[in-house]
Design a protein around this ligand. Structure first.
Ligand SMILES: Nc1ncnc2c1ncn2[C@@H]1O[C@H](COP(=O)(O)OP(=O)(O)OP(=O)(O)O)[C@@H](O)[C@H]1O
Ligand SMILES: [Mg+2]
Length: 372
C-alpha cells in the first residue's frame, strides 16, 4: 500500500478536523481549527504546544472520546468516524495513570482483555509478555499503591499495549514524574515504540522532550499546526517567530529588505543573508530574522568577510550556566539585545566582562528569515 522506498506510508491521517466548544458566536471556542496531519506507520510523532492550544482535544477526537465538529480521522485509509472508542484500534495513556487501585498490577493489565472475553491462558501469557516489555517482571501481584510513580506509569503503558493497538496516544504521560525518572522514561518510551512498531502520538509542552523523543513533531498554537518536521528541521529552520521562540532560544532581529540577499538595519548597517529572500517577503516593510545564541560569535581584530555580519557591541550582562555562558550584548545598529552562548570549555579565557566593548558576528548561514 504505497510503500515506495523513501516515501513512508501514512498510518494515521487527520483531515481538516475542527472542534468548536460552546454555542456559535462570541462564546464559541475553536479548540482545534481545520487541522490536517499525516502520521507515518511506525512513527514516534509528537504534538508540541502551549497550554490550551488543543492537544488533548485532538487526541480525544482520534480516540473517539470527542466528536469533531467537522473533518475526519483515518487509520490505514479507513475512516474511524462512527466507531466508539473501544472499537478503535487506539489506546490512550493519560497523565494520571488511571489504574484501578483495588486491583493488582496483573489484574489491571488483564482487565481490558477479559472484557473482550479472551481466553484465560491467553490473557495470562499476554500479561507476562507486556510486563516484560515494560520491565516490571515479578510485580504482577502488587497493588498500584505499592509502586513508585514511574512503575505505575509503566503499568498504564503495559495495560495499553496489552490491547495491541495500532495507535498509542500519550497525553503528557511523564509530567507527573521527577526529572530523573522522566529522563529515564523518555528512553523507555522510545525503546517501546521501536520494539512494538505501534504509532505513538505523544503530547507534551516540553520542548526538550519533543526534540529528544520524536521522529517528527508538530508545533501547535491556537488549534492550528504551525510547522511539522524532524526535530533537526524544526530547530534549524523555524519558519515563524512562534516556532523560533517556542523551540530553544532565538535572537530576533528586524530588518528592512533592500536586496534579495540583504536587509538594512537602520541607516548605515546591513545584514547579509545566505539564502535569498523568498518572493512573499519581497514587498515587506520589515522582516524578522532569527539566529540561535550558539550560532553567534564574539570575534577579535581579524578582518572577516562580508557575510560574517560583524558589528560593534557592548556587554550588558553575563549569565553563567555551568557548561555555557550567555553574553547579552547591546549591538549598535539593533533595537533589541543579542544573546551569544559560549561553551565554557572552549571560551575559558575569552569570556568578556560586563561593560566591555566587543565585536559580534552573526554568520549569514545561521540566519533564518521568518514569516511575518
Ligand atoms: N469540554 C470543553 N468545553 C469547552 N471548552 C473546552 C473543553 N475542552 C477544552 N476546551 C477548550 O479548548 C481549548 C483547548 O483545550 P485542550 O485541553 O485541548 O488544550 P491542551 O493543549 O491539551 O492544553 P494543556 O497543555 O493545558 O493540557 C482550551 O481553550 C480549552 O479551554
Ligand atoms: Mg491537555
Amino acid at each position: 500500500m504505497g510503500d515506495r522506498e523513501g516515501a513512508p506510508s501514512v498510518g494515521l491521517a487527520v483531515r481538516n478536523i475542527t472542534k468548536v466548544f460552546g454555542a456559535a458566536g462570541a462564546a464559541a471556542v475553536h479548540a482545534v481549527d481545520d487541522l490536517s496531519l499525516d502520521i507515518h506507520r511506525n512513527e514516534f510523532f509528537t504534538l508540541l504546544g502551549p497550554s490550551g492550544c488543543g492537544k488533548t482535544t485532538l487526541l480525544r477526537m482520534i480516540a473517539g472520546l470527542e466528536q469533531p465538529t467537522s473533518g475526519a480521522v483515518l487509520l490505514d485509509d479507513e475512516p474511524l468516524q462512527g466507531l466508539p472508542p473501544f472499537r478503535r484500534p487506539v489506546n490512550t495513556v493519560f497523565q494520571s495513570y488511571a489504574l484501578f487501585p483495588h486491583m493488582s498490577v496483573g489484574e489491571n493489565i488483564a482487565f481490558g482483555m477479559q472484557m473482550r472475553r479472551l481466553e484465560a491462558a491467553t490473557v495470562a501469557r499476554k500479561v507476562e509478555e507486556v510486563l516484560a516489555l515494560v520491565r516490571l517482571e515479578g510485580l504482577s501481584d502488587r497493588r498500584p499503591s505499592q509502586l513508585s510513580g514511574g512503575q505505575q506509569q509503566r503499568v498504564a503503558l503495559a495495560r495499553a499495549l496489552a490491547n495491541q493497538p495500532k495507535v498509542l496516544l500519550l497525553d503528557e504521560p511523564l509530567s507527573a514524574l521527577d526529572l530523573k525518572l522522566r529522563k529515564q522514561m523518555r528512553l523507555e518510551l522510545k525503546r517501546l515504540q521501536k520494539a512494538t512498531g505501534i504509532i505513538f502520538v505523544f503530547v507534551t509542552h516540553d520542548q526538550d522532550e519533543a526534540l529528544i523523543m520524536s521522529d517528527r513533531l508538530a508545533v501547535l498554537s491556537a488549534g492550528r499546526i504551525l510547522q511539522v518536521g524532524t526535530p533537526e528541521d524544526i530547530y534549524k529552520r523555524p519558519r515563524s517567530r512562534f516556532v523560533a521562540d517556542f523551540i530553544g532560544d532565538s535572537n530576533i532581529i528586524l530588518g528592512q529588505p533592500k536586496a534579495p540577499d540583504r536587509l538594512a538595519l537602520g541607516e548605515a548597517a546591513h545584514l547579509h543573508l545566505a539564502e535569498p529572500l523568498r518572493p512573499e517577503h519581497a514587498g515587506a516593510a520589515e522582516l524578522p530574522v532569527a539566529i540561535r545564541p550558539e550560532s553567534c560569535r564574539l570575534v577579535n581584530g581579524a578582518a572577516l568577510e562580508d557575510n560574517a555580519n560583524v558589528f560593534p557591541a557592548r556587554v550588558r550582562e553575563i549569565e553563567y550556566l555551568g557548561a555555557d555562558t550567555c553574553v547579552v550584548l547591546d549591538v549598535a545598529p539593533l533595537r533589541a539585545p543579542i544573546t551569544v552562548r559560549l561553551r565554557n570549555v572552549e571560551a575559558e579565557d575569552t569570556v568578556p566582562r560586563e561593560g566591555d566593548a566587543v565585536r559580534v558576528s552573526l554568520p549569514a548561514a545561521a540566519l533564518r528569515v521568518l514569516d511575518l
